[in-house]
Ligand binder design. Structure first.
Ligand code: NAD
Length: 366
């Protein structure tokens, strides 16, 4: 079992990472001294695979459990589904000492966390992330949200879980494309904070793609650790936490420009990381070799390097509509070398456009 501590004073919690790890949840909850009522929120894919078994396990330990499965996909991360969950919680009689347990990917985690943060002004919340992306990224750090028709994650809060339980076995049922998506965020962690971890990824490509438990444990542990150390220093994203957005400025624009239907989050972030590295090179911040290393790693993990379906003019406009733009200035996270990034608010428009042209040329999808 690997463990990562997230140290946030009285909001601190642990991330437990292991194979067959769902079995620890009942004991964990007994130790947390929450009451018996638990609402497990999942989606229909994950609920069918793991929800029924988890519900039974918790019931055998004396908990009163309801499993509620939402329809899978980003469209469920909305106020309508949140309302469905509030109603469920009220009908079940969940009180301030009852638990909401999120069993699923980032959609389930963000939505359930938002409901846990707002129902009765906040009730205990446990994350059991089942996609790689949610295990290495969305379940850690306390950002919870639902989408608004005018933008993603616009309605949300910072609300830390009581614990995160990662069961590596879940990854065996995860579709390959979803695994690659999560790997984009794993690569990002190496790029922003740890050259050795980046080398580890490159030296263990096959083990990771083959889902070998030791390799998976290592990439999840290290990614969680990197994110936790950043969040500990800047929980509410007033400065340092922005480095976690490396690749996301261009990535979000690509997702929006393709109506969230061609590239999923990690794929768009992979292209965005390559774009940010190219900007860094043209500004003289990093070497050609650094860009080549990143490009090579992105390809090795079966992620794309360009989005030919995008329109450069629209993409450019979308960059300035990102919710992280302040006073019409983009907070660019740029690359100095593998393992080190910096924030830059002044990137000349012609450099941005040059890079948008490069990342929209065809035939770079690996
Ligand atoms: P997701 O939750 O939609 O899951 C992707 C797909 O994989 C779904 O169809 C799901 O049913 C399926 N799935 C999940 N686990 C599975 C398993 N073990 N076996 C089989 N199928 C499985 O998407 P995601 O990529 O996990 O998360 C994306 C969401 O996370 C987005 O809404 C994004 O905004 C959010 N996010 C949040 C943060 C944060 O800090 N809160 C960070 C990054 C992303």
């Amino acid at each position: 079992m690997a463990e990562v501590n997230v140290n946030l004073g009285n909001r601190s919690y642990k991330i437990f990472i292991d194979v067959a790890n769902k079995k620890i949840i009942a004991t964990l909850m007994q130790n947390m001294k929450v009451n018996q009522k638990v609402l497990i929120v999942s989606d229909q894919n994950v609920g069918n695979l793991y929800g029924v078994e988890l519900k039974k396990q918790l019931q055998q330990s004396g908990f009163i459990v309801e499993l509620h499965c939402i329809s899978p996909g980003e469209h469920s991360k909305c106020l309508d589904t949140a309302m469905e969950l509030y109603t469920k919680a009220i009908v079940l009689g969940l009180d301030r000492n009852s638990t909401i347990l999120a069993l699923g990917g980032g959609v389930v985690g963000d939505l359930s966390g938002f409901v846990a943060a707002t129902y009765l002004r906040g009730i205990p919340f446990i994350q059991v992330p089942t996609s790689l992306l949610s295990q290495v990224d969305s379940s850690v750090g306390g950002k919870v949200a639902v989408n608004h028709p005018l933008g993603k994650n616009l309605i949300g809060a910072f609300y830390q879980p009581k614990a995160v339980v990662i069961d590596i076995d879940c990854l065996h049922t995860l579709p390959d494309r979803e695994l690659f998506t999560g790997l984009a965020e794993v690569i990002k962690c190496g790029v922003i904070a740890d050259k050795n971890f980046f080398m580890y990824l490159n030296n263990n490509v096959q083990q990771i793609l083959d889902k070998e438990p030791d390799a998976l444990t290592e990439i999840i542990r290290r990614s969680c650790e990197i994110k936790a150390r950043v969040v500990e220093q800047d929980e509410q994203e007033s400065s340092l936490r922005a480095i976690l957005n490396f690749g996301h400025t261009i990535g979000h624009a690509i997702e929006a420009n393709t109506s969230f239907s061609i590239y999923n989050h990690g794929e768009a972030v992979a292209i965005g990381m390559y774009g940010a590295a190219l900007i860094s090179k043209y500004l003289g911040l990093c070497s050609e070799m650094t860009v080549a290393n990143l490009k090579d790693t992105i390809s090795k993990f079966k992620l794309p390097l360009s989005a030919p379906e995008c329109n450069i003019t629209e993409l450019f406009a979308l960059l300035y509509r990102d919710k992280k733009v302040v006073d019409n200035k983009i907070n660019w996270v740029l690359l100095n070398e593998i393992g080190q990034v910096s924030i830059c608010k002044q990137v000349p428009e012609d450099v941005v456009i040059r890079v948008l042209k490069e990342i929209t040329v065809p035939n770079k999808i690996c």
